[in-house]
Design a protein around this ligand. Structure first.
Ligand code: NI
Length: 135
């Protein structure tokens, strides 16, 4: 892949803040930090626009509340082709953590996340969208 150099002009205070950010986040260079920020912005935009995305939905729930385990499964089956894999672990006697690897239309992924997090017994549901833009 060809890499092109671009020049970026930043005013003093913004550059100072940016350099602090680069150091604090542990980036090796300004370029690496900028690449990541650009990638994140494009991924967010794609998610908002409803394009194709990949990512995960992580849910934590109390499995004895209502029929939550059954309902979670039922709702996942409504989104069959958007879920590539799931992993489940039992955190303690009452609490489970489940990760869904998702792939597909951003709007449908967002709907799935909403369908899961609105269930009684679900303590949290976080969606993380991964970038598919080449590094
Ligand atoms: Ni469990």
């Amino acid at each position: 892949m060809t890499v092109e150099r671009i020049g970026v002009s930043l005013e003093g205070p913004l550059l100072t803040d940016f350099d602090r950010f680069v150091a604090k986040e542990g980036y090796g260079s300004r370029s690496e930090a900028l690449r990541n920020l650009i990638r994140e912005a494009l991924t967010r935009r794609r998610f908002a626009a409803g394009g194709h995305v990949v990512g995960t939905i992580t849910i934590v729930y109390r499995h004895e509340v209502g029929m939550v385990t059954h309902r979670l499964l039922h709702r996942q089956h409504e989104f069959l082709r958007f879920i590539r894999a799931t992993a489940h672990t039992h955190l303690d006697e009452e609490t489970c953590l489940e990760v869904l690897i998702v792939d597909g239309d951003a709007r449908r992924i967002a709907q799935l996340a909403t369908r899961l997090k609105t269930l009684k017994g679900v303590l949290s549901a976080e969606t993380v969208i991964g970038s598919t833009v080449a590094r």
